[in-house]
Design a protein around this ligand. Sequence first.
Ligand SMILES: *[C@@H]1O[C@H](CO)[C@@H](O)[C@H](O)[C@H]1NC(C)=O
Ligand SMILES: *[C@@H]1O[C@H](CO)[C@@H](O)[C@H](O)[C@H]1NC(C)=O
Ligand SMILES: *[C@@H]1O[C@H](CO)[C@@H](O)[C@H](O)[C@H]1NC(C)=O
Ligand SMILES: *[C@@H]1O[C@H](CO)[C@@H](O)[C@H](O)[C@H]1NC(C)=O
Ligand SMILES: *[C@@H]1O[C@H](CO)[C@@H](O)[C@H](O)[C@H]1NC(C)=O
Ligand SMILES: *[C@@H]1O[C@H](CO)[C@@H](O)[C@H](O)[C@H]1NC(C)=O
Length: 399
Amino acid sequence: MCCGPKFLFCLLALVSSAALHTAALPSFSDDTFGLRSRLSSLIPRRWETRWSNVGKRQASSTFETDANGSEFLWVIQDTYEGQSFFDRWSFFNLADPTHGTVEFVDRQTAFNSGLAYVTDDNIVVMKGDNTTWLPEGGVRPSVRITSNTSYNTGLFILDLNHAPWGCGVWPAFWTVGPNWPQGGEIDILEGVHNNENNQVTWHTGPGCTLTPNASFSGSLAGNLDCDVTSGNNAGCGIIEWSRASYGPYFDAQQGGVFAMKWDDLGISVWSFYRQAIPEDITNGQSPNPSTWIEPVAQLSPSGCDPLKYFYNHSVIFDITFCGDWAGNSYATSDCPGTCAERVMDPSNFVNASWSINSLKVYQKISLTGKISSAERTIALDARVISLIACLLVISFAGL
Ligand SMILES: *[C@@H]1O[C@H](CO)[C@@H](O)[C@H](O)[C@H]1NC(C)=O
Ligand SMILES: *[C@@H]1O[C@H](CO)[C@@H](O)[C@H](O)[C@H]1NC(C)=O
Ligand SMILES: *[C@@H]1O[C@H](CO)[C@@H](O)[C@H](O)[C@H]1NC(C)=O
Ligand SMILES: *[C@@H]1O[C@H](CO)[C@@H](O)[C@H](O)[C@H]1NC(C)=O
Ligand SMILES: *[C@@H]1O[C@H](CO)[C@@H](O)[C@H](O)[C@H]1NC(C)=O
Ligand SMILES: *[C@@H]1O[C@H](CO)[C@@H](O)[C@H](O)[C@H]1NC(C)=O
């Protein structure tokens, strides 16, 4: 009775009734109903698993699970790449708040003087000037850009070939909220001089501390208190273990991917060599950080509420010279002369450039709404009834 084409026919009827059921009961997935149908093309394999689990809709392990136990996916919100990369950024051209020996140029100047451009093969470049000789004390032209969009939580994935470095150079890829330090600051990729280990740092208002026993592979930079008024604005930081996470070796192996995840579960940062980027990042589908290796850095919600101390973050790329970090640490950096002398010669800045393939920002979309046991019973009943109906039709039609 249940073999061959007949069985397939019934299975088809069953699946379509299930689809109908979903349409008839929007509360099945709360406000995410529209999304489900879009997702089905994204992740067909997952749906098969779902239908084979009819009646026991428990969390399936390859979705991520929120603090409240509901399942979610990271879905792309913004892609910054290629010729349109710079459309949704503002060029910051005021004095450097970190006191660098730098002149941040406006959009027009950046493009006209070749400090910002996109190559024919869609690589985004931003750099410090490396053609102008300066008198001692002169400021070197460079670029600092801020995303027009601000974000509340998200998964930020930066794919880059090259990050700036060199004596006197201080680049950062970071996010920051309004009313600093109240809205918080997350430094994702940052370093100075010829450093080889990336440092991840948080800066906040009072009340936020780094939990040292959280799950991360880097080592503490020092301060646990992220409050900028403690420790002279050092923030709370974690230094990556890998010597290829910043500077010469990072660039020598064609860069890689930095990912920052900010949600109710905390703020985590990963960095991957180009050879070790997880497939769910490279295949352009829904990345699932819970399947990745341990993050290099993490700010756990047990010491810092990630939704209270961080909000409305813009993304920033910048390259400055000397200043609060690179200037103050210059004498102990094994770099020649003074930082002010270093800035004079343009050939010292050949490696002071960003080369970016893409920045993608994903938002969390909840998959599981509240589903009552009554609804679950109805769901099951609908399938049983459709199966019986299907078998009846088959026997009447003598198929
Ligand atoms: C679970 O938490 C997330 C994020 O805080 C929220 O968006 C979602 O609506 C919550 N789900 C339920 C079922 O409460
Ligand atoms: C982003 O902001 C800049 C400067 O404020 C503006 O020139 C640009 O048009 C904005 N881009 C978009 C897409 O709104
Ligand atoms: C860290 O240790 C403290 C005290 O032992 C514990 O209460 C807390 O849950 C731990 N946190 C994490 C993230 O493991
Ligand atoms: C975040 O930005 C939104 C939209 O601009 C604004 O309404 C809200 O007040 C901001 N939140 C905080 C805490 O500043
Ligand atoms: C730039 O990078 C190359 C390759 O790693 C290195 O040999 C050179 O010394 C660097 N130059 C400066 C000024 O940092
Ligand atoms: C400036 O740096 C770029 C790399 O960012 C390099 O290709 C170029 O040759 C340098 N220009 C000079 C004059 O050294």
